[in-house]
Design a protein around this ligand. Structure first.
Ligand code: HEC
Length: 311
C-alpha cells in the first residue's frame, strides 16, 4: 500500500500519453487515409519517387534512386506529334513512390481508376517503366502505367524527350543542404496567398515523404517559386554566389554543388574565382567573374531542376 500514489500516477501518465498519441497520430492518420490524392500529389509522387530523406538506397543523400521527369511533344513509340505533356521515367531498379506500392493511399476513385484504366498493378520496380498522370472525364486524376497502356519503354521515352528534369534528385539536395532552415514550402491562408501563391491542400501530400514544409521562415516561400522566377541563368548565379544578384543577401553560397568540372569539362577553380570576385566587390574590376555552367550530372543542375519544377 505504501506505493499506491506511484501506481495511480503511473496509470494516469499512461492514460494521458495514450490519449495524446491517439489525438496527434491516429486521428490525423484516419483523416489522411480517407483523403483522395489531388493531381498535384500524383505528380509529386512520380517526380520525387520513393522517400527523399535519409534512406537505405541513398545513405549519403546524393540524389540516387530517383525517377527522371521528361517533357514530350512526340509519341516515344510511334514518333507522331502529340500535345506537350510530362512523363515520369523510372529506370529499372528505381524504387516506386508509396502510391504505386500501396495503392490504397491514392484514395477513393483515384485508386480505382489508377488500377483499372491506369493498370498500375502490372508495374514492377525490377523492370521500371514510364508513368503519366491523366484525368478521367469527370476530372478525377489517376496514374497511368504508360509502358503497358501506350507501349512507351524507358529507353525510347528518354530518347524522345525534349527535356529531362532531375527534380527528384534535386529534392534530395534541398533536404541535404538544409534550404528549409530559411525557406518554407508552405504559403499560409493569410496575405501569403497574394505574395507566394495558393496554399497547399491536404490531398496534395498523399505519398510524399518528407514534406519539406520548412522550419521557420527567414526567406521567401518557395512552393510556387518556378512560376514567378523561371530564369535558369538567374538561379545559377544566385546559387553560385547570392551576392552576385542580391548584394546584401544572407543566403549561403552553394558553389561546391558544381563539383570539379563545368558543362564543357573545364576544371572549376573556386579560389581563383574568389580572387576576381573580391576585386569586383571592391570596385577594382568592372565585371564579376563568369559563373560556370553546371555539368549535366552535377548536384547544382539537380537543385536548379527542383526549384524550376516548383510551379
Ligand atoms: C540563411 C538563410 C538561407 C538559406 C539556408 C537558403 N536561402 Fe535561399 N534565400 C534566402 C534569402 C534571404 C533570399 C532572398 C533573396 C536574397 O537575399 O538572396 C533567398 C532567395 C532564394 C530564392 C529566390 C526566391 C524568389 O522569390 O525568387 C531561391 C530560389 C532560393 N533562395 C533557394 C534556396 C535553396 C534551394 C537553398 C538551399 C540550397 C537556399 N535557398 C538556402 C535565404 C536563404
Amino acid at each position: 500500500m505504501a506505493f499506491r500514489e506511484y501506481r495511480i500516477g503511473c496509470v494516469m501518465f499512461g492514460v494521458a500519453l495514450s490519449l495524446s498519441m491517439f489525438i496527434t497520430i491516429i486521428l490525423p492518420g484516419i483523416d489522411i487515409s480517407s483523403m483522395s490524392s489531388t493531381k498535384i500529389a500524383l505528380e509529386k509522387q512520380l517526380t520525387y519517387g520513393w522517400e527523399t530523406g535519409f534512406n537505405y538506397y541513398d545513405p549519403f543523400l546524393q540524389g540516387k534512386d530517383k525517377p527522371i521527369k521528361v517533357t514530350l511533344t512526340k509519341d516515344p513509340k510511334t514518333g507522331a506529334a502529340i500535345d506537350k505533356m510530362n512523363a515520369y521515367v523510372f529506370p529499372p531498379g528505381t524504387h516506386f513512390p508509396d502510391g504505386l506500392t500501396h495503392d490504397n493511399i491514392l484514395g477513393g476513385n483515384v485508386q480505382v481508376l489508377s488500377m483499372s484504366l491506369g493498370e498500375i498493378n502490372s508495374a514492377s520496380e525490377e523492370q521500371g517503366g514510364v508513368f503519366t498522370v491523366d484525368e478521367s472525364e469527370d476530372g478525377t486524376p489517376y496514374i497511368e502505367y504508360a509502358t503497358i497502356t501506350r507501349g512507351w519503354t524507358v529507353d525510347a521515352t528518354l530518347k524522345a524527350a525534349d527535356h529531362q528534369s532531375l527534380a527528384g534528385s534535386g529534392k534530395t539536395m534541398f533536404v541535404r543542404e538544409g534550404c528549409w532552415w530559411c525557406h518554407t514550402l508552405l504559403p499560409e491562408q493569410t496575405q501569403d496567398w497574394q505574395t507566394f501563391g495558393r496554399p497547399p491542400m491536404v490531398g496534395d501530400f498523399n505519398g510524399e515523404s518528407p514534406t519539406t514544409f520548412g522550419s521557420d521562415r527567414k526567406a521567401p516561400d518557395l512552393l510556387h517559386v518556378g512560376s514567378r522566377n523561371s530564369s535558369r541563368e538567374w538561379l545559377t548565379m544566385h546559387f553560385f554566389n547570392p551576392r552576385l544578384v542580391q548584394p546584401h543577401s544572407i543566403m549561403p553560397r552553394y558553389d561546391y554543388l558544381w563539383g570539379k568540372t563545368d558543362a564543357d569539362g573545364k576544371t572549376i577553380d573556386l579560389a581563383a574565382w574568389d580572387v576576381h570576385y573580391l576585386a569586383y566587390a571592391k570596385g577594382d574590376e568592372v565585371y564579376p567573374p563568369i559563373v560556370p555552367t553546371p555539368a549535366p550530372d552535377s548536384e547544382a543542375r539537380m537543385l536548379i531542376d527542383f526549384i524550376l519544377n516548383l510551379k
